[in-house]
Design a binder for this molecule. Structure first.
Ligand SMILES: NC(=O)c1ccc[n+]([C@@H]2O[C@H](COP(=O)([O-])OP(=O)(O)OC[C@H]3O[C@@H](n4cnc5c(N)ncnc54)[C@H](O)[C@@H]3O)[C@@H](O)[C@H]2O)c1
Length: 457
């Protein structure tokens, strides 16, 4: 089938490459000329395992290409996918200007029947806005063509996006037109061969389903972080609690890892946008607001622990950071907890030496020219001249480090672990102090202990 995808970011590019891999003829449209040139030369602008190889294979087979020409895009595909960004507006609601700009292009250029498929995460009612925008643009031209607007939210996870797209848990399609539903079914058939995974519903329920999924996952994380903070105060170990509750199949082990907060391009903005949508309907979404505020507090926790450990005297100190990306296997730095930590450390006068297997380049781009940030190429290099180590992203390579070397290199033998990667008793055997999240070792008590020990001497 011939398809056009507007937006060549995480979602658009993965969608395009995977549909091309299934044998479709895909034209991707983006407004960023540099990105389009890179993609046509076979280079992926983002780090996503397997994506670049898939891109190159399908470019060579001439099943995918990239352009900035919206008119060519509208002409190309029966399916017109919208996969552009929906960033938060100033009031927290989803900003639909990119989505509606695509709708306008479609209305301007359409010459025959088109199926407009919204893959971007958009608030309930957006399909109506897309339809209205296309209709007014068509009538401004004095043209009349039939078209359908379908909601098809995307559930892929960055870092595992190709696998998620190729073998989806479910494909949600919202449409009021059964014939369009059948066409979408045919398009997705190669990805659902062993059993049907398409869930057809009305458009509004489909739009809400995406927000509901992300809000539920964010809620699990914030709930666990809330309990971790309590565990720290009452002398319990949240990791034991996690195992104790995860074994209940009604709860499950997924998304109950305590840590230094969630980030990324989706959870923070989607929870916020859903709460905002609720208030537009005069409904106070209390759980959603709590999920967001617990996360904001959690993203500050590592800094608070470090600051308390050093009695608030961070000026001139150097903190080594392991992990910058908002989660492993991506170079995405949007809303990453590392940013909150680095910015707080800098505001307190500290320097940062940071290592990430793939996100250093993106970090250097965001914070270019900062003298208080050094990006290094190996994890152990980050420790040189550092007063403490903070772990922010749970990359696999941080799971079994050389603790003796960490101890001998750091000026002060202390690890602040925002991802609970290690067994506290094991780390302490190496003479390292170890502060994790919710593991009974409240740093609040720590400066007092240190002062007491200093006066004992
Ligand atoms: N990133 C994820 O993991 C993920 C997962 C599921 C859903 N989503 C949702 O999918 C949507 C896209 O997210 P993303 O992370 O891929 O965004 P992104 O910022 O990585 O990419 C968006 C792309 O759209 C392009 N663009 C903007 N306006 C355009 C226009 N008028 N025509 C063509 N291209 C245009 C931008 O240049 C950019 O390349 C968002 O609504 C997001 O919430 C994202």
């Amino acid at each position: 089938m011939r398809l056009t995808i507007f937006g060549s970011g995480y979602v658009g590019l993965v969608t395009g490459a995977c549909f091309a891999e299934a044998g479709n003829n895909v034209l991707c449209v983006d407004i960023d000329q540099h990105k389009v040139d890179m993609l046509n030369s076979g280079k992926s602008p983002i780090f996503e395992p397997g994506l670049e190889a898939l891109l190159q294979k399908n470019l060579a087979a001439k099943r995918i290409s990239f352009t900035t020409d919206a008119a060519a895009g509208v002409k190309h595909g029966l399916f017109q996918f919208i996969a552009v960004g929906t960033p938060p507006d100033e009031d927290g609601s989803a900003d639909l200007k990119y989505v509606l700009a695509v709708a306008e292009s479609i209305g301007k250029e359409m010459q025959e029947y088109r199926i407009v498929v919204t893959k971007s995460t958009v608030p309930v009612g957006t399909a109506d806005k897309v339809r209205a925008k296309i209709e007014t643009t068509l009538s401004a031209r004095g043209a009349r063509f039939e078209f359908d607007v379908v909601s098809n939210p995307e559930f892929l996870k960055e870092g595992a996006a190709i696998g998620d797209f190729m073998k989806p848990d479910r494909i949600v399609v919202g449409t009021d037109n059964p014939r369009t539903g059948e066409l979408l079914k045919a398009l997705y058939d190669p990805f659902t061969r062993n059993h049907g995974r398409m869930i057809l519903m009305d458009v509004r329920s489909s739009e809400l389903t995406k927000y509901a999924a992300n809000a539920m996952l964010a809620t699990k994380i914030s709930f666990m972080n809330e309990l971790a903070n309590l565990a720290e105060r009452v002398g319990a170990d949240i990791e034991n609690v996690r195992l104790g509750i995860g074994s209940d199949p009604r709860i499950g082990y997924h998304f109950i890892y305590p840590g230094c907060g969630y980030g990324g391009s989706c959870f923070p903005k989607d929870v916020q946008a859903l709460a905002r949508s609720a208030s537009d309907y005069s409904f106070d979404a209390e759980v959603l607001k709590a999920v967001e505020s617990v996360n904001k507090r959690q993203k500050h926790l590592l800094f608070d622990k470090i600051s308390k450990y050093f009695d608030g005297k961070l000026a001139g100190k150097t903190i080594a950071l392991w992990g910058l990306a908002f989660k492993p296997n991506t170079d995405d730095m949007r809303e990453a907890p590392s940013r909150e930590l680095m910015e707080s450390l800098w505001a307190a006068g500290a320097n940062v030496r940071a290592y990430d297997p793939v996100a250093s380049h993106e970090t250097g781009r965001i914070y270019s020219g900062r003298k208080d940030l050094v990006l290094v190429e190996h994890a152990l290099d980050a420790l040189t001249g550092a007063d403490a180590l903070a772990i922010v992203t749970e990359w696999q390579e941080f799971r079994s480090p050389d603790f003796e070397q960490i101890k001998s290199t750091l000026r002060e033998p202390v690890i602040f672990d925002g991802r609970n990667l290690y067994d506290p008793a094991f780390v302490k055997q190496f003479g390292l102090s170890y502060y994790a999240i919710g593991r009974g070792d409240s740093v609040a008590a720590r400066p007092v202990e240190r002062r007491r020990r200093a006066s004992d001497r």
